[in-house]
Design a protein around this ligand. Structure first.
Ligand SMILES: [Zn+2]
Length: 332
């Protein structure tokens, strides 16, 4: 079996994908209306030509909504767009995906039951596939009252099956005030929710604060830790898993130009690494392409298998689902 065959057969897992709500709604509506979906390749070319890489380009990540989010109020479209994201992952070889939802999506009435309906549709075609949902808490330090109300709703949703929380905040590329987020994290951890946070995408800022957050076991991106031996040691000592997104880092230009992505250095330093697509429709990628890119950076098939193992072990899902998925891996 060639390496590319072995790579194609390897079960994959994506711990870092955003729901891309209006992008998937656009794809479904385009098919219904017999038109082409929004042209994201043209969008990428235009943005790359007009906006310099780094923080400025990253800030444009949500600037284009191809259709109105109002379509989300239609339950059939809502289930359909989650099923479409899951199906894209299953077709790309994923046995597991965790979908992080911004806005008030994850606390909407009946959310988890619709999410599970989408998962069942995809599992009918791909029986090994599993999915879980997370909520994103944004700007907890800016509006404490609103953050508390949202946290209450997330904890109620945890009883319905929501399994994780992701933190986003500002400033993102310099040290933020983590005290309001720690306060919420303690409540989430007590409710059994898994915790991750975006950090270390643009700079080393916030990586240490995230790693020390109560209940946190993962960091979204964190790749700038590779330039700081103390941060690497902290991540290893705390057993923090990094959710790395290669295409995303390259497109938004968040790492020093001309330097190779530090993925291999992170692995060699003993950090638990996983791969994610981040915004696959916008970026034109799949979880299979992310594994292929990692192989191109020099990661071996064993190391890539280790990424899936790391992802399953760090997944915000039940022990039973973890055991089932670990059983899919070669050597198990
Ligand atoms: Zn992200």
């Amino acid at each position: 079996m060639t390496t590319s065959d072995a790579l194609a057969r390897l079960p994959k897992a994506d711990l870092h994908v955003h729901q891309e709500a209006t992008r998937y709604l656009d794809i479904i509506l385009a098919e219904r209306e017999g038109r082409d979906p929004y042209d994201w390749a043209a969008w990428r070319r235009r943005l790359a030509a007009e906006v310099p890489p780094g923080k400025e380009r990253l800030q444009q990540i949500g600037s284009m909504q191809p259709v109105s989010i109002d379509h989300d109020s239609d339950d059939e479209l809502f289930i359909g767009r989650f099923a479409a994201l899951m199906r894209d992952h299953a077709a790309a070889g994923a046995c597991y995906v965790e979908i992080r939802c911004g806005g008030e999506i994850a606390t909407r009435d009946g959310f988890m039951s619709m999410f599970r309906q989408a998962e069942r549709q995809v599992r009918a075609e791909y029986p090994r596939f599993h999915a879980e949902a997370m909520a994103i808490v944004i700007g907890a330090g800016q509006d404490r009252e609103r953050a508390d109300v949202f946290a209450d709703a997330c904890i109620r949703a945890a009883h319905e099956g929501l399994t994780g929380i992701d933190f986003l905040y500002s400033p993102y590329d310099s040290e933020a005030d983590w005290a309001p987020m720690y306060r919420l994290a303690e409540r989430f951890a007590a409710a059994g929710l898994g915790i991750t946070a975006h950090a270390g995408e643009l700079s080393t800022a916030n990586i240490a604060a995230a790693a020390n957050m109560p209940g946190l076991t993962r960091i979204g991106h964190g790749v700038h830790a590779a330039s700081d031996p103390e941060l690497l040691k902290l991540l290893v000592d705390r057993g923090v898993t990094l959710e790395c997104a290669l295409t995303c880092n390259e497109y938004f230009g968040v790492l020093p130009e001309l330097e190779e992505h530090p993925l291999l250095r992170l692995v060699e330093a003993g950090v638990a690494v996983t791969l994610g697509t981040d915004n696959p429709i916008q970026l034109g990628t799949t979880i299979e392409q992310e594994y292929t890119r990692a192989a191109e950076l020099g990661l071996s098939l064993d190391q890539l298998t280790g990424f899936t193992r790391n992802a399953i072990e760090a997944a915000f899902t039940s022990d039973g689902r973890k055991a089932t998925m670990l059983g899919y891996l070669p050597g198990n």
